[in-house]
Design a protein around this ligand. Structure first.
Ligand SMILES: Nc1ncnc2c1ncn2[C@@H]1O[C@H](COP(=O)(O)OP(=O)(O)OP(=O)(O)O)[C@@H](O)[C@H]1O
Ligand SMILES: Nc1ncnc2c1ncn2[C@@H]1O[C@H](COP(=O)(O)OP(=O)(O)OP(=O)(O)O)[C@@H](O)[C@H]1O
Ligand SMILES: [Mg+2]
Ligand SMILES: [Mg+2]
Lengths: 228, 228
């Protein structure tokens, strides 16, 4: 479902070049649960931005369902980002002036869902992440981990085929973190959603089909489940 | 060094009352290393904001060095926050238009340090957290964990007596997280800095003198090191 070839991203800052990604070659199959692990600054979020069509590579190619993302026009890219991929950002990226429920239902507006459907689904998603009592709270009125969970609920708004999760359990306690991992596992096993998760959380390894280790912008090694 | 008595913080939202803290009684001694653990939404950041003079309680009292914080005027409170307490926020709170070095040296300006001293110390602090090569990068040009480390460096700008650390390793990989915990441990053991850290990171327990477990705004139990 996702393929990258020779994917490179570099940033030029004055006379300093930072290589966020270097010639990344990756094949991710439909329905896989992939964890991407690596040190701080190793390129995980950058890889996410590439796969998710949120940024362009310096060179190289990203294919989603065999379509080269560079060939998509603005409308096609927007459709992909709205309907096929759910994002859980490392910094949540919630809209401060919107309530939890409004944040979760916003993607549904773009997908053309009716008001009643949106509200019902938004409430259900927030209940799923343990926030059924906090629907009308704005991000500033929620703890760090609660905001993260709103972001998780939002990523599922349009039943994505792929969930890109950047540190989804970083601000969560052990038990809440396990609940979120279980939610992602069920999505994967029961609904065939492809999960691609950057994480420092070793609990993720248990539910992953493969773990991709990244360092200094390169894939260091890939471990299959049997090897772990 | 820090005492709280009957500390309560509640938020009123329409007809809903959220109790972030309920009658918290806490005594923290000079030179202790304290970890505060608890589920998402249990009140850790709120407790930090109280102790750190960043917000006012609904009722109850916070004493820093036997001085009631409610009795401090604006100038005294600012002095305390600048010179005595170093903050590591859960969301980093870096200033986007400033470079890493400028973020780290900003508190030093308020403390009246000379330009040369500031630059030397700022560079040294960023080197200590592994960012010696990224002095002139702005937050948007740094990864999540790198931003967190800039925030850690900034908290040490004015050699605080107390470091309040809210999830300091949440965005860090295992190795970088251990390095930061070791840094805090050395500050504590070698320089007598009081460390108060909210965390979900079980590695913190090893270096803590006491662990305070918080749930639904209340102190659930306090474990001494020998008990752990
Ligand atoms: N906009 C940018 N401009 C310059 N450099 C950048 C930019 N974004 C990221 N980088 C650099 O690229 C490298 C990879 O960053 P990335 O955010 O992908 O790391 P990461 O693996 O997600 O790290 P973390 O675990 O800390 O979140 C880092 O060195 C980072 O500083
Ligand atoms: N400004 C606010 N208005 C209303 N409620 C708030 C506000 N700030 C925090 N709360 C609520 O108070 C409770 C405690 O929040 P707090 O941020 O202290 O939790 P926390 O223990 O730090 O959680 P986390 O581990 O997720 O960061 C939560 O239920 C939160 O939603
Ligand atoms: Mg990242
Ligand atoms: Mg918090």
């Amino acid at each position: 479902i996702v393929r990258t070839r020779d994917l490179t991203k570099q940033y030029q800052l004055g006379d300093q070049t930072v290589y966020a990604l270097r010639d990344v070659k990756l094949d991710i199959r439909r329905g896989e649960y992939i964890s991407i692990m690596g040190p701080s600054g190793s390129g995980k979020s950058t890889l996410f931005n590439m796969i998710g069509g949120l940024d362009k590579p310096t060179s190289g190619t990203v294919f989603i369902d065999e379509v080269d993302m560079a060939q998509l026009d603005a409308f096609e890219l927007a459709w992909l980002r709205c309907r096929k991929i759910g994002y859980i950002f490392q910094t949540f990226n919630l809209i401060p002036v919107m309530t939890a429920l409004e944040n979760v239902t916003l993607p549904m507006i773009f997908a053309g869902m009716s008001s009643d459907e949106m509200l019902e689904k938004g409430v259900k998603l927030l209940e799923t992440v343990g926030l059924g009592e906090r629907l009308h709270h704005k991000p500033a009125q929620l703890s760090g981990g609660q905001q993260q969970r709103v972001a998780i609920a939002r990523s599922l708004a349009n039943d994505p085929a792929i969930v890109l999760a950047d540190e989804p359990t970083g601000n969560l306690d052990l038990r809440t973190g396990k609940e979120i991992i279980e939610l992602l596992r069920r999505l994967n096993k029961e609904q065939g959603v492809t999960i691609i998760s950057a994480t420092h959380d070793l609990k993720m390894i248990d539910v992953s089909d493969r773990v991709i280790w990244i360092r200094d912008g390169r894939i260091e090694r890939i471990e299959n489940r049997e090897d772990i």
